[in-house]
Each structure stands twice: as structure tokens, then as C-alpha cells.
Design a protein around this ligand. Structure first.
Ligand SMILES: [Zn+2]
Length: 235
């Protein structure tokens, strides 16, 4: 992939209501949807799906894994937040459930058109997958200058364990005091069975040229530990 695919550089990503707001989210022509959506602030997946076409503008990939109670998600994958799909795949490996919502547009506007905020992300196949999982790890990308990984989500213990594992191999991490706390109960990372998950906001530098294998390996070790223990150990 070329760097042209790396088009998610919106520093406001993930911040509450700070997204671009639309005045006319879609226009309809005799019942047929025209692809003339303006910059979006969708309230839910159904609104997005009325404006854009699956397998043309975006794609959904779901890979259940029976043995894991963990789901790894890239809700802004593909060309929405560059490289988050690839990194989510590495973290999930063949062991954990995987869900990718990927922007496919070639017009450089995937973030503006297809970014459904995490606390509004209710794509049915994602909800179905995570309804069978205790814990969700959501992989995102942020564009402002900062550490390699900003950790959010309501599972404080898992967040701490991931941060320690990453710091041990040289990644810079921040748990608090950043713009992406991920504490909204409807944030997709907190909608697994435990109601507490983790979100990883990965820096632009890490996504472009970082040690993805090291990152994924460290997180996988923590998740394997989580799966071995009884449900709720990390709560
Ligand atoms: Zn995101």
C-alpha cells in the first residue's frame, strides 16, 4: 500500500462530539440513494449504510474464534485510520475473534465519510460477535503528536497490563491525561459481556513504520494470560 492510503489524519478522532457535523447527511432521489453525502456525523450504522454501499465504499470482515473470550476490533479500519486493520489482524492472530470495518474509497475521504464514532458504532455484525466475548480490544489510530500508544477503555487492570507489557519492550504509552479515554459505556470497546474493554490509539509514526510484530506479540501475551484466567480476573 502506498502512503496515499494513509488518510486518517484527523487529530480530533475519538473526541466526543468534536467531529465534523453534516447538514445533509444523504440525499435521496426517488428512493435511490445518491452518493452525495457531505461530511458525516452519523448517529448510528444505519445512517451510514443509507449513504454508502457495502463492498464499494466499505467492507466488513468477521472472524469468530471459538476458543477465545476476546474480540479484537478495528472499527475504523482500511483507509479510515490507516494500518489499524493490519495491526488488529496481527493482535488477533488465529486465536482471537476479529472484526474489521474497512474504508475502501479511493478518493482520500474515508475518515470524513465513513468514521462512525466509537460510542455510536453499532454495526450489527460487530455487536453480534462481541456479544459472545467477555472483552473487546479496539484498535484505532490518532494523528496528533504523542506517544506510540494511548490506552483507553473501562478495564483499568487490562489497560495497565497492556501498558506495562508494551513499555517493557520500549513503546511509549499513556493511560491517562490524553484525549481518548474511551470511558463512554457505549464505546464499542466497552460493549463486550463484561462491559469493560480497552482501546488502543496508535500514533501515526507507529502505524507507518513501527514494530507491529513487537506490539502485537506483547498484547497477545497479555490476552493469552487473560484467556487462561477465570472470567473477570482483570476486572
Ligand atoms: Zn478510530
Amino acid at each position: 500500500m502506498s502512503l496515499d492510503d494513509f488518510v486518517d489524519l484527523n487529530p480530533r478522532h475519538g473526541v466526543g462530539n468534536g467531529h465534523l457535523r453534516s447538514t445533509t447527511p444523504c440525499s435521496f432521489d426517488g428512493g435511490a440513494v445518491t452518493k452525495q453525502a457531505s461530511l458525516n456525523d452519523f448517529r448510528c450504522y444505519d445512517e451510514l449504510a443509507q449513504c454508502y454501499t457495502e463492498d464499494v465504499d466499505y467492507a466488513v470482515h468477521v472472524m469468530p474464534r471459538a476458543r477465545s473470550r476476546v474480540a479484537v476490533l478495528a472499527p475504523h479500519g482500511g483507509r479510515i485510520e490507516g494500518r489499524t486493520s493490519e495491526i488488529a489482524r496481527l493482535i488477533a492472530g488465529d486465536d482471537h475473534c476479529l472484526y474489521l470495518f474497512e474504508g475502501l474509497r479511493t478518493t482520500g475521504d474515508n475518515f470524513e465519510r465513513l468514521h462512525l464514532a466509537s460510542h455510536r458504532f453499532d454495526e450489527p455484525r460487530a455487536l453480534d460477535l462481541i456479544s459472545g466475548c467477555d472483552t473487546v480490544v479496539a484498535v484505532h489510530g490518532y494523528a496528533a503528536p504523542g506517544p506510540d500508544v494511548l490506552l483507553g477503555g473501562l478495564n483499568a487492570r487490562l489497560k495497565e497490563a497492556v501498558a506495562q507489557a508494551l513499555a517493557k519492550i520500549g513503546f511509549s504509552c499513556l493511560i491517562d491525561g490524553h484525549p481518548f479515554p474511551g470511558r463512554h459505556p457505549r464505546n464499542i470497546c466497552n460493549r463486550g459481556r463484561s462491559g469493560e474493554g480497552v482501546q488502543l490509539e496508535l500514533s501515526e509514526g507507529l502505524r507507518k513504520a513501527g514494530d507491529w510484530a513487537g506490539l502485537a506479540g506483547a498484547i497477545r501475551t497479555v490476552l493469552e494470560d487473560l484467556n487462561r484466567r477465570s472470567a473477570g480476573w482483570y476486572r
